[in-house]
Design a binder for this molecule. Structure first.
Ligand code: MEV
Length: 313
């Protein structure tokens, strides 16, 4: 038996980090995907093959003893083959750059949960999302759940850790230019550093959360009006808040400056500390923005919103 699923990556447009503390975030899925193929095998083993390496283990291992970025797949396979009397082989193909804030690990969790669970039953999107968040927690316990949610449902959405998500009805036609700092980051440790900042600066952190909430409400209006200039200004404002909580650095600041020369606005996306920044563009300034990065030898590419989300075959 074989089952296949693919999930898009994501960009957090507004609200990363603050979303962990209950502020709304705005995210979109992007047109770069991860595809997972799961197949039952007669051997009592869990085999995972990917372009970042392979993992081969017997079932029933303690999750805390597995030290591999492929751990979420093992967690899902081990959980879902219980009482099935089979082993499983999982193949992962990705066109999302890994570990740079574009949702590669949440897309793996979503596509993995879908491909593996649908070998045995007709799981719904809601159940797949629940499984994906459980799997993500094996590598990053404190996740807000935002990334897996947008990777499952696609499109552009507002996300609230407690209340869940709301799809944004307008279908903005913007292009995001993504530039990669090639500085590796761990979401878990950057989120921990923000927690330390919060604990040392409760009052200013709370003021920043209020400002971010207000900004998100304004952004929702600008999105309805498709007001790119205003959205760009809000992106620049959001970047200032991210600077304050200490997740930026010199290289990211330089890249944001380059991004802001021709686009409507640029900011870090995702955990920060490294990873990617994005610049908001439309047809009028897409090419010029790409050229700014290329001229200074930065890795860059453009993406559009993926409206499909999780796909199963
Ligand atoms: C990481 O892509 C986004 C963070 O806000 C963490 C989270 O929401 O779980 C930094």
């Amino acid at each position: 038996m074989k089952s296949k699923a693919s999930s898009p990556g994501k960009v957090i447009l507004f609200g990363e980090h603050f979303v962990v503390y209950g502020v709304k975030a705005i995210l979109c899925a992007i047109d770069k995907r991860i595809t997972v193929t799961a197949e039952t095998i007669s051997e009592n083993k869990i085999l995972i093959k990917s372009n970042i390496g392979n993992l081969e283990l017997e079932p029933n291992k303690k999750i805390s003893e597995i030290n591999s970025p492929l751990k979420p797949f093992y967690y899902l396979a081990d959980k879902l083959i219980k009482n099935q009397n089979v082993g499983i082989q999982i193949d992962v193909e990705s066109d999302i750059p890994l570990g740079v804030g574009l949702g590669s690990s949440s897309a793996c969790c979503v596509a993995g949960a879908a491909a593996i669970s649908r070998l045995f039953s007709n799981t719904s999107k809601e159940q797949i999302l629940e499984l994906a968040i459980e799997a993500e927690r094996t590598i990053f316990e404190n996740t807000s759940g935002a990334d897996c949610t947008v990777c499952t449902y696609g499109g552009i959405m507002e996300y609230d850790k407690k209340k869940g998500f709301n799809k944004i009805k307008s279908e903005p036609n913007f292009h995001l230019v993504i530039a990669n700092s090639n500085i590796e980051h761990s979401t878990k440790s950057v989120v921990e550093s923000v927690k330390e900042f919060k604990e040392k600066n409760e009052e200013s952190f709370s003021i920043l959360c209020d400002k971010e909430s207000k900004l998100i409400e304004d952004v929702l209006k600008s999105l309805k009006e498709n007001n790119m200039k205003e959205l760009g200004n809000k992106i620049i404002e959001n970047q200032e808040y991210l600077e304050r909580i200490g997740i930026s650095n010199e290289k990211l600041r330089k890249m944001i400056q380059i991004g802001q020369r021709k686009s409507f606005g640029a900011k870090i996306t995702g955990a920060g500390g490294g990873g990617c920044i994005f610049a908001l563009t439309d047809e009028s300034n897409l090419e010029q923005t790409m050229n700014q990065f290329k001229d200074e030898n930065y890795d860059c590419f453009s993406v559009k919103i993926d409206f499909k989300g999780l796909d199963t075959f």
